[in-house]
Design a protein. Structure first.
Lengths: 516, 491
């Protein structure tokens, strides 16, 4: 077994006993990236020198007997949406291609504090908008199980990096399923914590009331390790919850006695791939064999989740992305070209005798905004800005935005009622396995429906997790989603670990074209 | 006013900068006058990933103001994003309060000491908290020249106070602003410095014209760019007849024309139409998901109410009732500000003569301050010294005629009363010596004696000057009294 095949928890022990150095581990990951990332495209940037420096410093401190953080020496890949002081945070957008933040996001700060090795920045859908990572302005990311397919998104780079064992751990963000869906499609563990459990400070916002940072790992134990390191109250984020972080790593191996598991009948309707359905049902049987009581719970408003989500998320996005106008930071379209274009337009109108129209061409400032946003954003981002601006407009606000907020409250109430009866809700994370790259790029609506099983947790603010529960005949991984009440991450991880300990789906890994 | 064929209807929107050390949603300094863009941080310039955190102090100050303005404080208030594109607004939205402001339904009482209008209560529709935008240094209309933006002001806490259209004249509007400023400075929530932009005023004006027994309302005009209370008064005085002329020409009524924005040109003394960027704007307000709502309990409001201290209106009442001052005098003292009123109270208390204390502070003292361009807190004569001076007059050590000289000396040289009396050689004149002096004068002026004896008592005044020449400390009234008494007794 190669070093890179080991779990973070195992690697941590090897590092602690001195059997392995962080330099060796970091090198192994860098080699892995070197060998496979030209095909996979998980990373936007890898700073090998910085990673090796960090690894060397940690090794030195370990040798000197200094106290080290919980992730000491472990490489962690970070989605390119969390600010890392003085380095680029592009959000896979031309708009921020050169943007360097003068501050660390709280999560990156905590990773540094935990002595993690920040190995590189992973690809994503532009501004985290999408479910296939195809909306990146820079490159597509391919699924390590089948490079003709998507790794999912928007955190596809992080999921692919962990699935391809380029890093034992990665950070993603989940606004409507952007951690759980790629985790499911890449056969790894991915978790969205309770809204407010992990600070959003320094996370470039997509939809502020839904965005949440979370871990990717190959095992639930590793997910617990990473979650523990990044959680906690942050006075710089007003939506951060002021609650102590439980020691997830200490409790994860304790099975939940008398576990009551909820199954939602609506989750098994038309549209669910039969192979996915049978894997999920088989997983439920595993839980029964472990002594869990399984009960049907309705989530009647879940079917409106996608519609509500695609009003609320674009509304917030249209506002959050207003700042990218070329004035204060980020990309600005070439102004001499824009002004020349403007002058030419005026001339043309005057020549055609349309003087009134000539007077009404954009003011130079307006043209600067227009040309900057036209060139700086990709098609999906523009689509969502328009959707959101429309939903918030006078005369439409009540019918769209307010209505969506009502649906959101009803969805939360459904969950509150369901969790009166059960401890966890189990079901599919996606309707099918990874789809082909390019398969849905021309059908945005079909792409939005990919979020069917995941958006409700974001709307309700509850924690949810995806873990491997099968492989299709074609060799593609299948994910199982577990959802828990607010702040019940500990229960969620222990419940997931019960299943993981009884099965070996999490030990399956992509062959990456036969290479080791 | 009665000769005007219309009534002017005025509502004011006042933006007040709260006196906090730091901005509303970050910890940047709010001090005025720093080098451009030196008081900024990732939060107030809206850098990607930054998040706002409410400055509790700013909320407390706005609460204090709202309570002092007799507003209702709802238990729940929230933050909204007001969205528009402008280079001095780095996030593309301003954090403000839309449908659930932190306070509503208050009032402020105004009156005029010279009775130019009857005392009245001006309603406050709402007061809400919001962040300020930055400042564009160059106008983009300047063409290709680069515009510059200073973001020092961005994120500074502003309280927007919106009055009901309850004012009926420029004088009332000015009185409202003066009383508001006085209130805000008494409760110490803002320095209200208009030059530094800590207090900004926009006015909404229209006319109610009586015609054929019906009242016609004209379209509402918003006036901006008024940089002093005097400018507000002048702009409103200009605007009302202008609207009347316009109505006579166009006949346009409220609802028949969109709300117009006009800018006040202080040099030309006219308002001019502006192309308003807000006219057709849709701000796409929605609740800011980065901020938690603010919950304020009734108990918290009570604590604030108790902490307010004495408000200007209360102090005026105390001065007129407890100190027997006229309403006019009470007004003059209170309107000078909290420090001045405190000075008066100290003088009145220590001298035991509130009326005389009032005469001194509203007379010679105020004149001195004006001449020296000083405020009371930096004035060289402490309240205790002025009280001593009043006591010296009251117990006869200092003739009232010479008190102004003593006052001047005390102000100029910082001396106390004893030193001033010594330097001016003021001493009490012995009664027998004074009798002797008057007898000598009468003996030397038989004409005056016979005049007095014939009932022309005013003739005694001619002796006063001569008496003062012989002894400057004589009390002129006593000289006059003695002259009459002694001359008549000679009969
Ligand atoms: Zn700041």
């Amino acid at each position: 077994m190669s070093i890179v095949d080991r779990s973070a928890t195992e690697l941590r022990k090897l590092l602690a006993t001195g059997e392995l150095t962080s330099i060796e581990l970091t090198r192994a990951c860098l080699e892995r990236i070197e060998r496979h990332d030209a095909t996979i495209g998980a990373f936007l940037r890898v700073d090998a020198a910085r990673a090796l420096d960090q690894a060397a410093a940690i090794d030195r401190r370990r040798q000197a007997g200094e106290p080290l953080g919980p992730l000491a020496g472990l490489p962690v890949a970070v989605k390119d949406v969390l600010c890392d002081r003085d380095t680029i945070t592009s959000c896979a957008s031309r708009m921020l291609a050169e943007f360097r933040s003068p501050y660390d996001s709280t999560v990156v700060g905590k990773l540094k504090q935990a002595d993690a090795v920040l190995i590189g920045r992973t690809n994503m859908d532009e501004f985290a908008m999408g479910g296939s990572t195809e909306n990146s302005a820079f490159q597509p990311t391919r699924n390590p199980w089948d490079p003709t397919r998507t790794p999912g998104g928007s955190s596809g780079g992080s999921a692919a990096a962990v699935a391809a064992r380029m890093a034992p751990l990665a950070i993603g963000t989940d606004t409507g399923g952007s951690i759980r869906q790629p985790a499911g499609l890449c056969g790894i563990v991915g978790m969205k914590p309770t809204y407010g459990r992990v600070s959003r400070f320094g996370l470039v916002a997509f939809a502020s009331s839904l965005d949440q940072v979370g871990p990717f790992a190959t095992t639930t134990e590793d997910a617990a390790l990473l979650l523990e390191a990044i959680s906690g109250h942050d006075p710089r984020d007003s939506t951060s919850i002021n609650q102590p972080t439980p020691r997830y790593t200490e409790s994860i191996n304790k099975p939940l006695a008398g576990l009551k598991l909820g199954v939602v009948p609506e989750h098994f309707g038309a549209g669910l791939d039969p192979e996915v359905a049978s894997s999920v049902r088989a997983a439920i049987e595993v839980y029964k064999s472990l002594g869990a009581e399984v009960k049907e719970v309705p989530l009647p408003h879940g079917k409106y989740g996608v519609a509500a989500y695609y009003v609320i998320a674009p509304s917030e996005a249209s506002s959050n992305l207003a700042r990218y106008d070329g004035v204060h930071f980020g990309f600005r379209a070439d102004q001499s070209a824009a002004l020349a274009e403007l002058a030419a337009e005026r001339q043309e109108l005057i020549a055609a005798g349309k003087t009134a129209a000539a007077d009404n061409v954009d003011a130079p400032l307006v043209r600067m905004y227009r040309s900057t946003r036209e060139a700086g954003f990709g098609a999906e981002v523009k689509r969502r800005i328009m959707l959101g601006a429309y939903a918030l407009s006078a005369g439409y606000y009540d019918a769209y935005y307010l209505k969506a907020l009502k649906v959101r409250r009803l969805i939360r109430r459904d969950f509150d009622e369901a969790f009166q009866q059960v401890d966890l809700i189990v079901g599919p994370v996606t309707a099918g396995p990874a789809f082909k790259l390019g398969e849905m790029v021309d059908d945005p609506l079909a792409m939005y429906l990919v979020d069917l099983y995941t958006v409700s947790a974001n709307l309700a603010g509850i924690p949810a997790l995806s873990l491997p529960c099968g492989v299709t005949k074609a060799g593609l991984p299948i994910g199982l989603q577990l959802q828990a009440p607010p702040l019940a991450e500990e229960r969620l991880l222990r419940g997931a670990r019960m299943y993981e300990a009884a099965t070996d789906w999490h030990t399956q890994r992509p062959s990456l074209g036969g290479a080791r | 006013m009665s000769e005007q064929p219309y009534t002017t209807v005025i509502g004011l929107e006042v933006h007040v900068q709260l006196s906090t050390e730091s901005k509303l949603f970050c910890r940047c300094n709010t001090k005025f006058g720093a080098e451009p863009n030196t008081q900024t941080c990732p939060v107030c310039i809206g850098m990607p990933g930054s998040l706002p955190v409410m400055n509790r102090r700013a909320y407390e100050l706005s609460l204090k103001t709202a309570v002092a303005l007799n507003c209702t404080i709802p238990e729940f208030t929230k933050w909204d994003r007001k969205q528009y594109y402008y280079p001095d607004l780095p996030k593309g939205y301003q954090i403000s309060q839309f449908d659930l402001p932190m306070s509503a339904d208050g009032y402020l009482e105004i009156s005029d000491p010279k009775d130019k209008f009857a005392p009245k209560r001006v309603g406050i529709i709402r007061a809400h908290l919001e962040e300020d935008a930055g400042k564009s240094v160059h106008d983009e209309a300047a063409g290709k020249a680069d515009s510059e933006i200073d973001l020092n002001r961005t994120g500074t806490p502003l309280l927007e106070i919106v009055s009901q259209p309850d004012m009926r004249s420029a004088a009332e509007a000015k009185a409202f602003l003066q009383e508001l400023k006085l209130l805000l400075t008494y409760i110490d929530v803002s320095d209200c410095n208009m030059q530094e932009g800590s207090l900004r005023v926009d006015a909404n004006v229209n006319l109610h014209i009586e015609k054929d027994g019906k009242v016609i309302a004209t379209p509402i005009v918003e006036i901006k760019n008024m940089n002093s209370f005097r400018a507000v008064e002048r702009a409103l005085e200009y605007e009302a007849p202008r609207q009347y002329r316009e109505w006579q020409e166009t006949g346009r009524q409220l609802g028949e024309a969109p709300k117009q924005t006009r800018g006040w040109d202080d040099v030309a003394g006219v308002t001019r139409g502006q192309r308003s960027k807000e006219e057709s704007s849709d701000y796409r307000y929605f609740p800011d998901p980065d901020l938690a709502p603010v919950i304020t309990s009734a108990a918290e409001v009570d604590v604030v109410r108790e902490s307010l201290g004495e408000l200007p209106a209360d102090l005026r009442r105390r001065l007129s009732e407890g100190y027997s001052l006229s309403l006019y005098d009470a007004d003059v003292i209170v309107n000078q500000g909290r420090e001045f009123a405190d000075y008066y109270l100290a003088v009145a208390g220590a001298s035991g003569n509130p009326k005389s204390a009032c005469n001194w502070v509203t007379g010679p003292l105020q004149r001195e301050l004006k001449e020296r361009e000083q405020t009371i807190d930096s004035f060289g004569l402490p309240a205790q010294r002025l009280a001593e001076l009043i006591r010296a007059v009251d117990d006869g050590r200092l003739p009232s005629t010479r008190a102004p000289e003593a006052f001047q000396l005390m102000v100029d040289k910082g001396s106390d009363v004893a030193a001033a009396l010594a330097e001016l050689k003021i001493e009490r004149v012995d009664e027998t010596a004074l009798v002797t002096l008057v007898q000598e004068l009468l003996a030397a002026n038989p004409k005056t004696v016979s005049d007095i004896q014939n009932g022309k008592f005013q003739a005694a005044a001619s002796l006063i000057g001569q008496a003062k020449k012989k002894n400057p400390n004589v009390d002129p009234n006593r000289v006059r009294e003695l002259a009459i008494e002694l001359a008549t007794s000679l009969q």
